[in-house]
Structure formats: C-alpha cells, structure tokens
Design a binder for this molecule. Structure first.
Ligand code: ASP
Length: 330
C-alpha cells in the first residue's frame, strides 16, 4: 500500500457506535468516538472523519441511503484516496448495494460495522474499522465497487449477505465467498474484480414505494392485496427457482396487468432463477410469460432497492431487470 493515504471515515450509526441503553433510550456515538488514534490505525493512513447519520438499520429509509450516498460522493470529490462507512449490520448489505448503484466509486469504498457494541465484552468494531481503513487505502480495491469488510474478509456488494444474527463472523457471500482478506493491515485480493454492478444510468432521489412479499407454504394472493394498492411496484421473494402458489401468482399477474412492475427473486441465498423447467400455475414459465420481471441472482432486498432507485430515476423496469422469456407454450 502506498504511504500517505487519506481515507474518509463516515459514521452512519449501528451497534458499532451505540451507547449503553438508558431506559428505553439508546443513542449512537458520532465519528469522533469511532476514529482510531494514530497507534490503532494502519501506518500511513490519515483519517478524515465525517458524521452522516446516527441510525440503527431498522430506522434507515431510502432517503437516508440517498443522504449517505451524497456524503460518499462528497468525500470522493474532495480527493480522498478511499472511503470507509460504519453502519448497522442488519441492512449493511443493502446500503453497500445501493452505493454500487448510486456512487461512481473511483476510489475504494469499504463498509463495516460491529456485532458487539463498544460496551460489550470483546467489541469487534475497532478491528473491523482498522481492517476497513487498510482495505480502503489500497487503490487495487477500487475496481471491485463498494465492498463489505468484516472480520478481515472482503465481500462485494452484489453478493454479500448477513448470514448470522449474532456472531461476530456475521457476513458471507454464499454464492462465491470473499474476494479477499486483510492481514497485518495489508489487503490481499484472492480473485480478480467480479462483474460489478453498473451505476444506474440516471440518478434521482427516491420517490416511489416498492413493496416486498415473501412466498411460503400457504401464502396466497391476499398477501399482495394491500401491498399492491400501497406500492408503485412489488418485489417477490419467491420459492426456489422462481415459484409462488397459484393464488399468489394470479394476484401478481393481476398487479402487473394493472401496470405495476413485479420483480421475482429467490428466497434461496444462491442459485439461478429458471426459465424453461417448471410449467403450470405459479411456475417460473407462467410468471415469465405473463410479463413479470426476474432479478437474476440478486436477493429480494437488493432487488427492491434497485427497483426503488431505478424507477425513481425514470429507468424502465425492463432495463433494470432484463428478463428471459420461456419458449412459447405449445
Ligand atoms: N441492530 C443493529 C443495526 O443494524 C445491529 C448492528 O449494527 O449490528 O443497527
């Protein structure tokens, strides 16, 4: 890593910054408390602190993501060599993916957090921040787009997900594994840059509502009745390779016929959505023939953000999710 790198440290909230609860109130410390002293950061890295948000993941909204993306933009424009964002872990992967849609990451951008708060035994935040600073200071990381650095592993935004609700080893990329790791403040890349998410062709603040429904045993069309009336578009976490109950399928087709984009993803953390394998009511072939859109390997929460920011920018759903149609039925 080259010496004398300037890395912005942007605080957004999360367990990494949380104060001990006092009654019902629990607050988030600002970046001043998260900035490691010179002896606790990689040599040659100058940290430029910035407060952006102080929120738990559960309070994060699309507007907050927009605010955070603008803060990252500003720091890149100000000439930083890299950017680290500290964030709650529950939706960290969604924020990482949103940054990949909205921010032209010409320098490394690493997002991290902690599973143990500063007042718990063995807090993991300081080590995660240090590893993220080391990663973000290395220009070799820039072509990977925004990454999640957690427990010394480096994961790309499109693939990473929170895989454990409580352990410090909370993140993984089930389809491919990490692309690299950090050791002794040094970034080691194991794989070349994977196909990274392209920036949205246009950018606009969020202005649409996108609902999300998961298929499961016995979930029928009633699950989308309110959702579709309150939303401009719907994302579905479908079963397996893209299937829903016949009743849910009929409701989704109705929704699409009424002009609301419907995008199918899989509940599975890995694998393809099929095109030509299963037929009949609620199958992938029926849903594709009916004009529903399919999200490839993207998870439901990430597909939802792609739809939300894409539609807000006026990008047609067919451009956001180009979808194969099955061979015509005979
Ligand atoms: N509930 C917390 C959050 O996502 C969890 C964490 O940060 O680890 O804000």
């Amino acid at each position: 890593m080259a010496a004398g790198r300037s890395v912005a440290l942007i605080a957004a909230g999360g367990t990494i910054a949380v104060t001990p609860p006092s009654g019902d109130v629990q607050e988030h410390r600002g970046v001043a408390d998260l900035t490691p002293p010179p002896g606790d950061r990689p040599a040659g890295v100058e940290v430029v602190p910035r407060d952006a948000l102080g929120l738990s993941s559960r309070r994060m909204t699309a507007d907050d993501l927009w605010t955070l993306a603008s803060a990252v933009d500003d720091e890149i424009a100000a000439g930083r060599d890299g950017v680290v964002v500290t964030h709650g872990t529950d939706t960290l992967e969604e924020t990482a993916y949103t940054l990949s849609l909205l921010v032209d990451t010409t320098v490394p951008v690493a997002i991290t957090g902690a599973m143990r708060s500063p007042h718990h035994s063995g807090p993991d935040g300081p080590a995660n921040i240090r590893a993220a600073l080391a990663a973000a200071a290395d220009p070799a990381l820039a072509p990977y787009g925004p990454v999640v650095v957690f427990q010394d592993e480096v994961h790309v935004a499109g693939l990473v997900t929170k895989t454990h609700s409580a352990r410090v080893a909370a993140f993984g990329s089930p389809a491919a594994g990490p692309v690299g790791f950090v050791a002794e403040d040094r970034l080691e890349l194991l794989l070349g840059p994977p196909p990274v998410t392209a920036l949205l062709p246009r950018r606009a603040a969020p202005s649409v509502q996108v609902g999300l429904v998961y298929a499961a045993t016995g979930i029928d069309g009633s699950a989308v009745e309110t959702l579709s009336s309150d939303s401009d578009a719907v994302v579905v976490g479908a079963l397996g390779a893209g299937h829903v109950s016949p009743s849910l399928g009929a409701a989704l087709v109705e929704c699409a016929e009424a002009g609301k984009p419907v995008v199918i993803t899989s509940r599975c953390p890995d694998g393809a959505l099929l095109t030509n394998t299963y037929g009949g009511a609620g199958s992938e072939q029926e849903l594709r023939r009916a004009g529903l859109h399919f999200a490839g390997t993207l998870s439901a929460p990430k597909a939802r953000l792609r739809l939300l920011f894409g539609l807000s920018a006026g990008v047609p759903v067919g451009e956001l999710f180009p979808t194969r149609r099955p061979a015509p039925a005979h």
